[in-house]
Design a protein around this ligand. Structure first.
Ligand code: PBE
Length: 268
């Protein structure tokens, strides 16, 4: 029989992350649009990477929900499966979103958040220190700041008052990419003399939280696609400070030794 050869090699599974992530919704859509006879397993970003690592160690086939920037591409030889139907939306950016009123309450912090902009390679360096080099996120962020003084200097406004708000609350999700960015922003704000509180939550809570003004800002908005639905629900209540990183992407990722190249081949 010609049935299931490829699918069996993948055990009929796509290894996902936690349910609220945009990439999970996109993958459910991909399963529908490509008519995939696969189960999307949910779990966590850490469990997904652990599954990928152990599959690679035994050269087994595995397909995971992946994204760029991510340290996994520096660590292993991986590739995106082609997405001819464009279900995963192509290239996008990560935006900074502030609550309304932050500019008045903490003008210097607001300006720093507005100026925050870096390259995928910057984010990857922090991610690699945390995940491959087992560094604490705070330590990795401080190291990056030390090594990139020129970039950081451009984000810190001069002669702008700190304002009445002394503590800045940042919401984020514990995705590797967002752990990196949020900790870097935390340490820049600390350098500026603010107190900073980080709150790790689910994607849904991050978005309702910024909409309700429970967070002062998030630097984890994947737009226009991955978090498009979440953003549409709060966009009138928040201030979009624009991209802090360009060249982001989501999709299905496999080790390079996997011999298929397109999502369409998953059912073969
Ligand atoms: N991610 C990382 C997130 C955005 C950042 C791709 C896992 C998501 O899917 O919502």
């Amino acid at each position: 029989s010609s049935q299931g050869t490829i699918k069996d090699k993948f055990n009929g599974e796509i290894i996902g992350i936690e349910p609220g992530a945009g990439i999970m919704k996109a993958t459910e859509k991909a399963i529908e649009e490509y008519n995939l006879d696969y189960t999307l397993k949910d779990g966590s970003s850490a469990a997904m990477v652990a599954a990928l690592k152990s599959a690679i160690e035994s050269k087994k086939w595995i397909v995971v929900t992946g994204w760029t920037p991510h340290w996994m591409f520096a660590r292993w030889d991986l590739k995106y499966l082609e997405d001819p139907k464009g279900v995963y939306g192509g290239e996008e950016h990560i935006a900074t979103i502030a609550r309304k009123g932050l500019q008045k309450d903490a003008p210097a912090a607001y300006q720093m958040l507005d100026a925050f902009y870096w390259q995928p390679s910057d984010m990857e360096a922090v991610m690699l220190d945390i995940n491959a080099n087992k560094m604490d996120p705070d330590e990795a962020a401080q190291k990056w700041i030390r090594e990139n003084e020129d970039k950081v200097k451009k984000w810190i406004p001069e002669g702008v008052p700190k304002g009445n708000l002394k503590k800045i609350k940042l919401g984020y999700v514990e995705w590797d990419s967002e752990i990196a960015s949020t900790h870097v922003v935390k340490h820049v704000l600390l350098k500026m003399g603010y107190d900073v509180e980080l709150k790790a939550v689910d994607a849904g809570v991050m978005w309702t939280g910024i909409g309700a003004g429970q967070f002062d800002a998030i630097v984890a908005a994947w737009l226009p696609y991955t978090h498009g639905d979440y953003y549409d629900q709060v966009k009138d209540k928040v201030e979009n400070l624009g991209p802090n990183l360009e060249g982001a992407k989501i999709g299905l990722v496999v080790p390079k030794y996997v011999t298929i190249n397109s999502i369409e081949e998953l059912n073969n």
